[in-house]
Ligand binder design. Sequence first.
Ligand code: ATP
Length: 703
Amino acid sequence: MSDRLTDLIGELARASGVNLSPHWRDGLGGGVGDDRDALARLCSEIGWAPPEVLDRRPRANALPALMFAQDGGWAIAEQWEGRDLLRVRTEAGVETRAHDDSMRFFRVAFPDAMRGGKPMRASAVFRQALLNRKSAIVTALVATVVVNLIALATSLYSMQVYDRVIPRSGYATLWVLTVGVVVALLLDFLLRTTRALLMDREAQDIDAEVSEFFFARAQAVRLDARSGGVGTMAAQLRGLEQVRSLYSSASLFLLADFPFAIFFLFVIWALGGIIVLVPLVIFPISITLALILSRLIRSGTEAAQVTGNRKNGLLVESFDAAETVKANRGGWYMLSRWNALIEAVQASETPVRKWQAVASSVFQTLQQIGYVGLIAFGAVEVSKGNMTTGGLVAAAIIGGRVNGPLMAQLPGMIVSWGYARSSLKLLDGILAQPQDHPAGGLRPDAIRPAIRFDRVEFAYMGTKETLSIPTLSIAAGEKVGLIGGIGSGKTTLLRMMAGLYAARHGQVTLGGLDMSQVAEDILRQAVGYLPQDVRLVNGTLRDNLLMGLADPGDAAILEAAEKTGLVRLISAHPMGLDLPISEGGRGLSGGQRTLTGITRMLIAQPSLWLLDEPSSNLDQNTETSVMRAVMDRIDEGHTLVLVTHKMSLLSMVDRVIVMGNGRITLDGPTREVIARLQTSGTARVAPAGGQRSIAQTTTEGAA
Ligand SMILES: Nc1ncnc2c1ncn2[C@@H]1O[C@H](COP(=O)(O)OP(=O)(O)OP(=O)(O)O)[C@@H](O)[C@H]1O
């Protein structure tokens, strides 16, 4: 394998702001080479679209791009340094090279693991995953073809036995034929087993690839655009396996078994002439029945899928909210919802099962009618001398190979298709939801932590306007307190500043750049956000402290933990930083979770600190020491926005913004705003926009 080229592709992806799957190199074989066509071969092997060939003199906005030069091999052309000079990155480092016409430039169509590349339909994702494994599918197809040919051989064996061996007592012929058929059957066994193992391995691979894609897509759905609960979302992903297994079995059916059924019709015709009419009549009948069946069960499978997902949602919810449910004796309430959903699932599944049962009996009867029809019609043909007895036996056996796929496989596949279709619809729903940030995005060297809101309006899914901020600017280096009544919009505003929610109208900029256009990793480096309720994930404390960060080493982690007091938890536990955290951060107290979140921010050192009620879970002493540690870490030019209900914390900020009913109702220097709030509820404040003087009427009270 050409490591050099894959290294360069990895670097180009990073430079283009694309999150390649960590496993993108897995399974790459050797022999791609280092020549000019190596990139095209590599893309084809990985299953990416072929690279786009750029102009011989690419425009500045087409860079960075991969470049191949006759004398220097592969490199990344980063940017133009002058009219004829290119800044080029090779494995040896960065150098400047003169442009010459032998250079070729290529753009790679990266799939982004966190976004899944271009918007597409869920079915296309499965198709692509199958197509990426063309060689395995071709092998399985060849095996299926040979297995079918062996079936043909066994039927012809019967014909020979009836026509040649029995009338002439030709035992020598019988032995030869029998040995031949036994060898063929052994080969058949080997091929079937190999096909099953191969398909199983590929199925696992496809599962891994497809589930990675959809999991990443579901993760990247913008927080404010998420519809449905956690359980429903989880259930949407559950249909993956069903769709995958249908796609693999359906492709083998359509590509091998179905065409072979047609081929076998010709064989029956060759053996018995007119008797082929029997399967020929049954064939369209079974297809028509299959189509009718698929229509009949369609609505049932869809309803069953939807209620099934709601059932899953309720299950997740009941465990997640177990404390509330138990404390409020909500068990019966949850149980009655559960029972209602079970009833709904059964109601929608009953017609599906009914039609499935009817269908399988109908298809079995059709199969038997086909057999009887073939034998009866064949007997007439044999007695007329138009075919031999052996020919009839062979035709009956082959008739089974025609009926098998059509009568036995088709009904099951139609029902699976009904379920898979509704799973695909749900997966399409995930793909259609807006994603966090565009692939690529702006990648400035540094972002000034200055925030500006311009005619911003925001509403949660399905609600009317929640936030309306005509103008707000927070300069780099400002320390701002955000206060307001319960539900006044503080958290929503903070999440917008963090780039977690996107404005429905208007623009939010960070350092002059539209926040929604900044590359995700750059944004997350610059912005530190501490949610009101810090949730931890399954793993170790270290994993939770370092999630998404480069490991600065234990000394740096412990230094930060010392400042927040988290070190007490670490030193009290025998496993120290490796102390296990269970799902949802269970095992740590609310205060310890908050300390973990703050310690993480101290390690990350963002330039924009967004803290949502950082001390609500902390005692007075811890609050003082933790907030001091935070203020010590916030450098001169760094910005702080602190949501709080505690007036005591406002001494740490120089400016206070008061929220009320989704709007800014007061904005000014801390002392003036506090004085205004203390004297009366009718202060004059300036329209929010960074002005430091109070000048507008408000009736809002602070926290
Ligand atoms: N996920 C959501 N979906 C729909 N509406 C929401 C959601 N989260 C919050 N809201 C609504 O948006 C409004 C503002 O909520 P927000 O959490 O920003 O208030 P807050 O000022 O932070 O309140 P608190 O002080 O209680 O934390 C509230 O009316 C709330 O009901």
